[in-house]
Design a protein around this ligand. Structure first.
Ligand code: MN
Length: 242
């Protein structure tokens, strides 16, 4: 039996094709999986578990059906859906995973992260991240009416878009020292993350030993996943067109 990892689907009402590709993935490649890990930015935006948008409802229904068939389902927050809470996870039959999380894949310890915390050169974003992960800030935001939260989310996205367009390429990527530091701290030779939308397998050497950082891709014209089986990990992509 295989375990699957995905991230950065950025599910959104404006991209029904990606939602369809995800549902097809649950019924196809990932059907009967032992576990499915969703490593953040599953949704393009999340304004609270009380959001009455039909997309969140439909995704919860499909995930519940999927997890009821016996697949262990895990959700990690990304920088877009950090407000996703226990209520919604329960509706999906999923467990919320802390970032980072240490798991066992293909008989080896593997560190899972969304990846935004590794982009330490982006100081503007790191400051926002610290604020956004503050429980008091989150509670104050969640206490606002849905309509107001929708507007705030749109503003945050617009500001982040214009900031990102002015940032150098290497600032938007992970900081190599941060990657090494996290892998050493957790004593792993494999790190899996998403967020940067730069899917690749990066061989590394840590203290003279072979190691690897595997980056999941964001879903668009292609879907991306890692398939973990006894004999190892595979980074796979396929066209999402239907
Ligand atoms: Mn992200």
């Amino acid at each position: 039996m295989a375990t699957y990892l995905i991230s950065d689907l950025h599910l959104d009402e404006t991209r029904p094709d990606i939602t369809r590709a995800f549902f097809a993935f649950l019924k196809g490649e990932a059907a009967n999986a032992e576990a499915l890990y969703i490593l953040g930015d599953f949704f393009e935006v999340w304004i609270g578990d009380d959001d009455d948008a039909p997309l969140a409802d439909e995704v919860a229904r499909q995930l519940r059906q999927y997890s009821d068939k016996g697949t262990a389902l895990y959700l990690m927050h990304g920088n877009r859906d950090f407000l996703l809470g226990e209520d919604y996870a329960q509706r999906c039959g999923a467990t919320l995973l802390p970032d980072p999380s240490l798991v066992e894949l293909a008989d080896s310890p593997v560190l899972l992260m969304h990846g935004d915390s590794l982009c330490t050169l982006d100081q503007e974003y790191m400051a926002f991240r610290q604020q956004a992960r503050n429980p008091q800030w989150q509670q104050a935001l969640l206490a606002k009416p849905l309509e107001e939260r929708r507007q705030i989310a749109a503003q945050i996205r617009a500001v982040s878009k214009s900031m990102n367009s002015r940032k150098a390429e290497d600032i938007m990527d992970v900081t190599p020292d941060e990657v090494m530091g996290e892998m050493r701290k957790h004593q792993v030779h494999t790190l899996i993350h998403g967020h940067t939308h730069r899917p690749a397998r990066h061989p590394l050497t840590i203290d003279g030993q072979a190691a690897e950082r595997i980056v999941l891709g964001d879903w668009g014209d292609q879907g991306w996943c890692i398939r973990a089986e006894k004999n190892g990990l595979e980074l796979i992509h396929w066209p999402t067109a239907d």
